[in-house]
Design a protein around this ligand. Structure first.
Ligand SMILES: [Fe+2]
Ligand SMILES: [Fe+2]
Length: 315
């Protein structure tokens, strides 16, 4: 591997990682929101606003709990696992020590993010008295990775995991940005999201550089095999099925009439969510595909032609 063009993130981590620089944040008891309305369209639907606006805070608190639960699964079960095995040199793709140390800083950051998320879960339960509903055991990524691996030979499973995690780590930035800039949200939660975003900018760079190193050395056959599974990965990663399931279960817990419940269900089912280049995460994903070098490979551009803006499509 030629690591001449691999700039390490370790110095940046020493100076700026939030685990080294930020105090604990405390949830404030004010009348601001705990979760952005735009991330829970159910409460913005005409039916909800007209017939059960009093349930808004319950829905937002439960949606916040789900968000926290998703973060914990993502950080501890997926990113931590991949970064840790790279750091310990147990990955099928061996990386130089500089990369392994960077990977260990990611492990530390992600476990810290999970700790902060659980702290906020606890603080929110204490302040609102609202207990979380049963939370999902899967996130989109925990289904996308096995689905993609199942379509490729075993020796490529770690490489696919690397690329899948890199894609996800390049989109989490977009995901958390909605919180940090929304003035209707509690300051502590905006701060928590801004902290997370701050670390994730560094992670996105790290994973992109790591994939770049891997891709430079990968054989043409391996590159083509990986290209072939990318559409499966994206279809599972970008679906809103899990969010829909959660919203439908949430509606079951509202104390409203059967008729209203069914109208709310219709609102959730009607939310369109096209998985195309217009998907809100696709901009970040395309940026990653370009910067990591993947999109320079013809089979990748070909496999993803449905996801690319018309101008970027392979002939
Ligand atoms: Fe994180
Ligand atoms: Fe991360």
């Amino acid at each position: 591997m030629n690591i001449a063009d691999y700039p390490t993130i370790a110095d940046d981590w020493e100076r700026r990682a939030t685990i080294r620089t930020r105090p604990r944040r405390l949830l404030e008891n004010d009348d601001k929101l705990i979760y952005p309305l735009c991330r829970q369209p159910l409460v913005l639907s005409a039916t909800f606003l007209e017939h059960c606006p009093l349930w808004r805070d319950f829905v937002l608190v439960q949606s916040f709990y789900k968000f926290i639960n998703d973060v914990v699964i993502f950080e501890t079960e997926i990113v931590d696992k991949t970064a840790r095995s790279i750091a310990k040199n147990r990955f099928a793709v061996p990386f130089p020590l500089a990369c392994r140390i960077d990977a260990m800083t990611v492990v530390v950051d992600e476990d810290y993010h999970a700790l902060v998320a659980l702290d906020f879960l606890q603080q929110t339960v204490a302040m609102t008295g609202i207990q979380p509903l049963d939370l999902p055991v899967h996130i989109e990524l925990s289904r996308a990775l096995p689905a993609a691996k199942a379509q490729a030979p075993a020796h490529l499973h770690d490489a696919i995991e690397l690329i899948g995690v890199a894609i996800a780590e390049n989109t989490v930035t977009h995901d958390v940005a909605a919180f940090s800039k929304d003035n209707s949200i509690k300051a502590s939660i905006r701060g928590l999201m801004a902290d997370h975003l701050f670390d994730e900018g560094r992670h996105a760079q790290f994973w992109t550089r790591l994939v770049r190193l891997y891709w430079q050395d990968a054989s043409p056959t391996d590159r083509d095999s990986i290209a072939h599974v990318l559409p499966t990965f994206l279809a599972h990663y970008l679906t809103n099925d899990l969010q829909k399931d959660f919203d439908l279960r949430l509606i079951e817990h509202l104390d409203v009439s059967a008729r209203l419940r069914s109208a709310l269900r219709d609102e959730v089912l009607a939310l369109a969510f096209p998985i195309t280049h217009r998907h809100p995460l696709m901009g970040n994903i395309l940026g990653f595909l370009q910067h990591s070098g993947l999109l320079n490979t013809a089979s990748v551009a070909q496999a993803l032609s449905d996801y690319l803006p018309v101008s970027g499509r392979a002939a």
